[in-house]
Design a protein around this ligand. Sequence first.
Ligand SMILES: NC(=O)c1ccc[n+]([C@@H]2O[C@H](COP(=O)([O-])OP(=O)(O)OC[C@H]3O[C@@H](n4cnc5c(N)ncnc54)[C@H](O)[C@@H]3O)[C@@H](O)[C@H]2O)c1
Length: 289
Amino acid sequence: MRKVGVIGAGQMGNGIAHVIALGGHDVILADISKERAIEALGIIRHNMERQVNRGLTTQSAMDEAIGRITATDKLSDMSDVDLAIEAATEKENVKVGIFKELCESLKPEALLATNTSSISITRLAASTDRPEKFIGMHFMNPVPVMKLVEVIRGIATSEETYKIACQFISDLGKDVAIAEDFPAFIVNRILLPMINEAIYTLYEGVGSVEAIDKAMRLGANHPMGPLQLADFIGLDTCLSIMQVLYEGLADTKYRPCPLLVKYVEAGWIGRKAGRGFYDYSGDEPIPTR
Ligand SMILES: NC(=O)c1ccc[n+]([C@@H]2O[C@H](COP(=O)([O-])OP(=O)(O)OC[C@H]3O[C@@H](n4cnc5c(N)ncnc54)[C@H](O)[C@@H]3O)[C@@H](O)[C@H]2O)c1
């Protein structure tokens, strides 16, 4: 894995590019505009500086890693990557569009991975020209901090692809959990219904934003309240995952909470938008309900 492409330079894409560059690989980071990709480089630099200040990496390792990352808005720049990891918006049509365009440029031996939180790996793989070289690599947020990567094989994923992917992840210092290709895999099959239930709890007036988050932090020993976590993940991503669970498992217990739908419709999609269940415009987040 000399060179790795990362498509989507949002919070996950920039985190993935960050750890891969620190791991010694060249990275090409793509988004829909050059500005967005360059903006992500600034975020990576800022996050690496924090790691240097905490003694988790050195200034020279950081400088080398930053020098290994190139920002682009063209998927055709991925022609010499050995692995491409898609980390764009959690919408199947967006991902399929990227794979169609990407496969025109990728070299035949390159592996293809998706960071999807919920969408069928088998179905995404089938939209490419290399289902046997396609795999789910589900990094956790924030990528530089979280140890786990869920690995999901599609029905056509080859044993060789699976082994190379697991080795690559372990070389990055991460741990693998294997999940079968069911909607939302393991982590989000369990986590997202809990978050959705927290939103129902708010919707039904059982508690305020503050009370719900405090109850789960202090009462269940969660490091973050579920509404704070939802804002951190992105409410658009949370809603997409619930829709995949609801449609994929055909069970009403996964019905997205109408309040979640309303927040997404309003564009209040969490921290990345400056407003979700909290307002992030001031020094301290303030509950919006
Ligand atoms: N947020 C989380 O906690 C989390 C955790 C694990 C996995 N994921 C998954 O990672 C993926 C990205 O999530 P995120 O939180 O980084 O979202 P995000 O909204 O922060 O970033 C998505 C990025 O994709 C870009 N994009 C959209 N269409 C594109 C295209 N055609 N070509 C190139 N770039 C394009 C957007 O411009 C944006 O910068 C999703 O599949 C999500 O489910 C998210």
